[in-house]
Write a protein that binds this ligand. Structure first.
Ligand code: ADP
Ligand code: ZN
Length: 528
């Protein structure tokens, strides 16, 4: 390990003050900067907004040579480089948006040793030509941002990241630092393995974002619910609304605009120039609400995003955590709001069933969804549940909907038995399977055309659930799905029992359920 800090060279703290204008390091920043500055490899897990950039920017300024930053976010390189230049750092980028002259000027500056930092897209760095070019100058370190993109099981997999493991052989003496905001222990191990960071020190920060208030509501008229949420909580503030499909994105943005919210749509189907315009308005103006697919937001550094709303159920807790993490990077109170309903569950199960890939892959997707559902249906603190998912134990936070207004819990065992036995009878006696809607009609004794056609008003369970409303039944179904006491099957999302259902039917297992809770508004929230 080569030490490069000489007595008259600036210290990390001096660079932090003089160049970046910050008082002190946050969290693990100092330890990471010191470790990498003297040539150590690092794997850094820090939540979004935690301050990962300084962890490689400062070592790049302290070490001789140029820090090479690998980032998949071409659209953002420009902004990052501009911000660095504004504080006097000699930074450039190389990506496909540049013309030849521009590129050559950057290359010359690098070779001449005139750059502190050089941002490069991963597909470029994996080419032999680029590696040879880098050898003509001096690399001080490699920073691999969004390192979870190397994980083939993750939701952001990028094949070009796999080639980055070779940097270790080519530049054995150059320290490498891999950074990510999203990683379970498994992804974490995968990053170390695939990027040849076996000997790296790991820095794992707490995943808690205490200023974010988590709220999950059940969906009925989602656009109206969203509008009301924005009006009461986020009026005039910047926010991001996530939806799964482009169509929903466009419709929702239109709806919000028609109701006086400055909302813009963003998804991968838009022209690059339109995406750039939307992004730039969001970053530079106040109070813009972006309605987007998950294509939006990775690497966006806007400190004052006051809310992140999901109007469709995210596919995994990792995704949810990463997306909600875009709120409140400035540490001020912010809200993560999610509305979800039974249809989300049915639709996502179907997408999983139909997804290409082997059984193991589908099982993994299914496990991701189950964890997300468990978070939605928990009667305990959302944050405790969320942090436990990332391996952190904590105590109830006082700043999530279930802490502020503890959900009423009722004994759902009897309704669960009624529903499950209806499913069992239909299967056994008539070899039939149905979706939630029809089963609820049977239980509530609603005489629909389908009920009459099928003669389901003659079933023993016909009308035995009239004591609950349609909405209550939907909540029962959702909670049974979340608890694995019910499963969906096939392209129509029909409901089937699971192995565990037997315990409920035999009466050996009680099923506590949450009552649909009252709304939580910010006035009741606790400031962290
Ligand atoms: P990440 O990449 O982990 O999401 P960033 O590096 O973009 O986070 O930093 C998030 C925000 O916090 C930025 O606005 C950054 O300028 C600010 N920040 C980072 N470190 C510090 C610090 N030590 N003191 C004050 N602000 C900081
Ligand atoms: Zn809580």
């Amino acid at each position: 390990v080569e030490t490069t800090i000489t007595p008259d060279a600036p210290t990390a703290r001096e660079v932090l003050h003089r160049v970046f204008g910050y008082e002190s390091f946050r969290g693990d920043q100092q330890a990471i900067v010191e470790h990498v500055s003297v040539g150590g490899d690092a794997v850094v897990l820090m939540p979004t907004g935690g301050g990962k950039s300084l962890c490689y920017q400062i070592p790049s300024l302290l070490r001789p040579g140029t820090g090479i930053v690998v980032s998949p976010l071409i659209a953002l390189m420009h902004d990052q480089v501009e911000a660095l230049r504004a504080v006097g750092v000699r930074a450039e980028f190389l990506n496909s948006t540049q013309g030849r002259d521009e590129r050559e000027a950057v290359e010359r500056a690098y070779v001449a040793g005139e750059l502190d930092l050089l941002y490069i897209a991963p597909e470029r760095l994996s080419s032999e030509q680029t590696k040879r070019f880098l050898e003509r100058g001096r690399v001080s370190l490699f920073a691999i941002d969004e390192a979870h993109c190397v994980s083939q099981w993750g939701h952001d997999f990028r094949p070009d990241y796999l080639a980055l493991g070779e940097l270790a052989e080519r530049w054995p003496d150059v320290p490498r630092i891999a950074l990510t905001a999203t990683a379970t222990a498994a992804t974490h191990r995968e990053i170390a393995e695939r990027l040849s960071l076996g000997g790296a020190r790991h820095f794992v920060s707490s995943f808690d974002r205490p200023n974010i208030q988590y709220r999950i509501v059940s969906k009925n008229e989602v656009r109206k619910q969203l509008l009301e949420f924005i009006r009461t909580e986020g009026s005039g503030s910047a926010g991001i609304v996530y939806a799964l499909s482009r169509n929903t994105v466009e419709k929702t943005a239109e709806f919000l605009r028609a109701n006086g919210i400055d909302a813009l749509a963003y998804h991968a189907g838009l022209e690059a120039s339109e995406r750039a315009r939307v992004q730039s308005r969001f970053l530079r103006e106040d109070g813009v609400v972006i309605v987007a697919t998950i294509a939006f937001g990775m690497g966006i550094d806007k400190p004052d995003v006051r809310f992140v709303a999901h109007i469709d159920l995210p596919k995994s807790v990792e995704g949810y955590y990463q997306e909600t993490g875009r709120a409140g990077r400035d540490g001020e109170p912010s809200v993560a709001w999610l509305a979800y309903g039974l249809n989300d569950v049915v639709q996502q199960r179907r997408m999983i069933d139909e997804s290409p890939g082997d059984l193991a892959h589908r099982r993994r997707l299914s496990a991701h969804l189950d964890a997300m559902l468990a978070l939605c249906e928990t009667v305990d603190c959302r944050r405790v549940n969320l942090l436990r998912y990332f391996g952190e134990e904590s105590t109830p936070c006082g700043n999530c909907d279930t802490c502020i207004v503890p959900p009423e819990v009722w004994d759902g065992t009897v309704p669960a038995q009624k529903l499950l036995s209806t499913i069992v009878r239909l299967k056994r006696e008539r070899n039939q399977q149905f979706g939630a809607g029809h089963l609820i009609d049977i239980l509530r004794g609603t005489e629909t055309q389908r009920v009459r056609q099928q003669g389901h008003d003659a079933l023993a369970t016909w009308g035995i659930g009239a004591d609950l409303t349609d909405q209550q039944w939907r909540s029962v179904v959702r909670q049974l799905l979340a608890a694995g006491l019910l499963a969906t099957h096939g392209e129509y999302g029909t409901l089937v029992i699971t192995e565990a259902s037997g315990e409920v039917l035999s009466g050996s297992r009680v099923v506590p359920m949450r009552t649909e809770t009252a709304r939580v508004t910010r006035s009741k929230a606790v400031r962290p």
